[in-house]
Design a protein around this ligand. Sequence first.
Ligand code: PLP
Length: 412
Amino acid sequence: MAKGGRTGAGGDLSPATRLVGGGRKPEWTGTPAEPGAVVNPPVWRASTHLYPDSAALHAGKPNADGHFYYGRRGSPTQWALADALTALEPGAAGTVLYPSGVTALAGALMAVLRPGDVLLMTDNAYEPTRNMGRGLLRDFGIETRWFDPLDLAAFDAAIDERCKAVLLESPGSLTLEVQDVPTLAATARARGLTVVLDNTWAGPLGFAALAQGADIAVMSLTKHVGGHSDLMMGSASAGERHYAKLRRTAQQLGLVVSPDDAALALRGLRTMSLRLERETGSALALAAWLDARPQIARVLCPMLPGSPGHELWKRDFTGGCGLFSMVFKGKDGAARDAFIDALDLFGIGYSWGGYESLVSPIDPAPLRTASHWPLAGMADEDRYGVRLSIGLEGLDDLQADLARGLAAWQAA
Ligand SMILES: *Cc1c(COP(=O)(O)O)cnc(C)c1O
């Protein structure tokens, strides 16, 4: 058997090494005669599994991970990706893949909630997650109650006997408040709630979700793992008990990801630590520079000393990423749009975590029902902001581009 790359799941290896080796089981990267003969698991486009005879069919393991049965249960390409993600998440027994991050959130919530239950959801959750509470979950008889992401006492007070799960997201979408996840999770678990964390921003390299108290760690793989703005996918990782629930729910929903996309995600995963390191460094430098500009009221970047959430980030996180927001000093939405339109290097669009920089306007106020925007300590007229996803371009070029944007804002 060929050497190399078979060690990725080892628990005492560094995350960087697990990123390289995860999912590369020799039986998935070769032939029976030559296990491990290629570096990557091939793309298995397969719906039907053929058995040599009836006895083999009867002996098949329809519901075991890592066994061919039928295309919906996956092939080595998808198993390798799930395996690699499990290897990155301390405390995980398994990972379920979903066609998008939103499906992953829906799959996780449907796995742990039943009609009559109440879900507590952080007020800064990703907008489609909020919509799920108001729509899909409500239609299935599940009530969602929103809470202020930063108010630990209010969270504790909000829990009653109908509350069965909590959805945390830290840092939150658009405004990037860092939640005290260990404390919130301990409070929730002590009262019997299942803790679901949307960990898309930091991913497992930046925040060890399960080790910090979450029961289920959800990620949009569309962002850092894909990393190249060319695929949609999501994941949920959990320990034994919750993994079984996730798997059962996903199987009954018939969820499956394409092997082609799984291969792309695996390719992205291998370089994720490098990209995150570079994006984090550039984002931090740009956030500090923007923080000192007179046009900017507030930079919302937990990695930046002095920025909201920095102390918790320093305490709980082992890494960051290129995504942060900022709020202009006064003026209006038209001035904000002038800033965006003056940028050359930043694409205008949703999503983030790709190799290329992106900008999008943020308008958090109408989304909130349990907390206030602008945040405490910010002036009410400082409400027009943008979110920046910093990519792999040269730092000086990005800074010059942002300077161009600020001049246009000034002139508007
Ligand atoms: C993008 C995103 C999602 C949804 O992921 P998709 O892959 O786009 O469905 C979920 N949570 C957060 C925080 C996101 O930014």
